[in-house]
Write a protein that binds this ligand. Structure first.
Ligand code: ZN
Length: 86
């Protein structure tokens, strides 16, 4: 029954494509989530940084505040860092 076998293989192939597409769809929001939290504020000094700024990586976890946008940071009274100039 080669015809049936071919059909079966095609089904498996299309299933794998569907799964990889699904995986890609789920992977994207996670990547977006990282980009959205582009700024890190320091709750103690009230200075905010680019997430990539080395000061934000040195910051104590307890003082870290995730800021979605620059406007949000300004509204919350955070001042931009002089090094990374967010
Ligand atoms: Zn900075």
């Amino acid at each position: 029954m080669p015809a049936l076998l071919t059909l079966l293989l095609r089904s498996i192939a299309s299933l794998m494509v569907a799964v990889s597409m699904l995986t890609a769809t789920y992977a994207l929001p996670a990547a977006d989530g990282i980009h959205k939290s582009a700024y890190v504020g320091n709750a103690k000094s009230h200075i905010f940084h680019e997430a990539s700024c080395e000061s934000s990586s040195k910051m104590k976890e307890a003082h870290k505040v995730t800021l979605e946008t620059r406007d949000e940071a300004i509204e919350l009274g955070y001042a931009p860092c002089g090094i990374c100039k967010p």
